[in-house]
Design a protein around this ligand. Structure first.
Ligand SMILES: *[C@@H]1O[C@H](CO)[C@@H](O)[C@H](O)[C@H]1NC(C)=O
Ligand SMILES: *[C@@H]1O[C@H](CO)[C@@H](O)[C@H](O)[C@H]1NC(C)=O
Ligand SMILES: *[C@@H]1O[C@H](CO)[C@@H](O)[C@H](O)[C@H]1NC(C)=O
Ligand SMILES: *[C@@H]1O[C@H](CO)[C@@H](O)[C@H](O)[C@H]1NC(C)=O
Ligand SMILES: *[C@@H]1O[C@H](CO)[C@@H](O)[C@H](O)[C@H]1NC(C)=O
Length: 273
């Protein structure tokens, strides 16, 4: 009984599907892989509904100059230069009621780039190396390799406390702890892989000694000490001179001046009297 019902439901379903004349869009090609140029085209197979035009979307955003009011059941888009800006999910949209759309994915190798190609850290500190990915699709796998004089050493997350890798589809970061001048200086390569292949970029890491990091501070301390010493010596040498100055030239004329003034006053007073 159950089986019969199921069969009936299936039949009704099929009949409905064939009866409704849903328009379909045939896209050509259905997908673009690893190409530098392409011509995308869409063909609306059922044009029984009025078409008010068409346009194209890239990742949901209108492609510039693609909006058309031509009431024809086909549309094409020329991609002159496919790179990480222009790869993505393209959709052709026919302006009918309702709109009908079809998707064409334009895929390229991931574009991988380091935030900085040269980094430097201090001994015993930690440092974070970062690489980004652009384009479509994003990498599904990220790897880090350490290169020291033609020696390639894959970095496996979680094997030691020294390394920690954190990855999202569009970004990966490698944290190196307890930096050492002897073992951590070198080139670090990040590689992103999507279904089409792999691309990579390299970061050169330098490590400064702890003392080198202290140099600017030591410089300031030394400057202050020298300055204080100079002032101290200068003051010590100046003091005896000043006392002498006061004795023979500083106070003597003052006294004589004051006495002459007194004399003058006396003279004037006498005169007034
Ligand atoms: C659209 O498809 C029809 C048949 O499916 C074909 O005859 C026609 O040439 C196509 N038009 C374009 C512009 O591709
Ligand atoms: C159909 O496309 C038009 C743009 O011409 C837009 O304004 C409208 O919202 C779309 N309708 C649907 C149902 O997506
Ligand atoms: C690496 O390991 C850490 C902790 O062990 C974890 O949080 C992180 O998600 C791991 N990264 C990857 C890429 O697996
Ligand atoms: C990376 O992906 C996250 C979410 O997955 C998104 O929020 C962010 O904008 C993306 N960054 C770039 C540069 O595409
Ligand atoms: C895409 O092209 C690159 C070289 O540009 C090649 O290494 C890779 O194998 C190609 N991928 C596919 C799927 O053809």
């Amino acid at each position: 009984m159950k089986l019969l019902w199921a069969a009936c439901a299936l039949l009704v379903c099929c009949w409905r599907a064939s009866a409704s004349t849903d328009p379909t869009v045939i896209a050509s090609p259905s997908e673009v892989n690893n190409q530098t140029t392409a011509v995308l085209s869409c063909n609306l197979t059922d044009s029984s509904r009025p078409i008010k035009g068409s346009f194209w979307l890239l990742n949901g955003k209108l492609v510039k100059d693609s909006d058309s009011t031509a009431s024809v059941p086909y549309t094409t888009l020329h991609l002159e230069k496919i790179n990480y800006h222009t790869a993505g999910k393209y959709e052709c949209v026919f302006k009918t009621d309702p709109n009908v759309t079809q998707t064409i994915e334009v895929k390229i190798l991931p574009h991988v780039s380091a935030h900085k190609h040269s980094e430097h850290g201090n001994e015993n500190d930690k440092i974070v190396l970062v690489c980004d990915s652009h384009g479509y699709p994003f990498p599904t796998d990220w790897t880090w390799i350490k290169k020291v004089e033609n020696d390639f050493e894959p970095i496996i997350n979680g094997t030691t406390a020294k390394y920690e890798i954190k990855s999202t589809p569009n970004k990966t970061s490698l944290t190196i702890s307890d930096l050492s001048i002897e073992s951590d200086v070198g080139d670090y390569e990040c590689s992103g892989t999507n279904e089409l292949g792999t691309n990579s970029d390299t970061i050169h890491l330098r490590v400064r000694s702890r003392l080198a990091a202290l140099w600017p501070f030591l410089g300031i301390v030394a400057e202050v000490i020298i300055l204080v010493a100079i002032i101290f010596i200068y003051e010590k040498r100046r003091k005896p001179d000043e006392i002498n100055d006061d004795d023979d030239s500083g106070s003597a004329p003052l006294k004589s001046n004051s006495t002459t003034n007194h004399k003058d006053k006396n003279v004037r007073q006498r005169n007034s009297n």
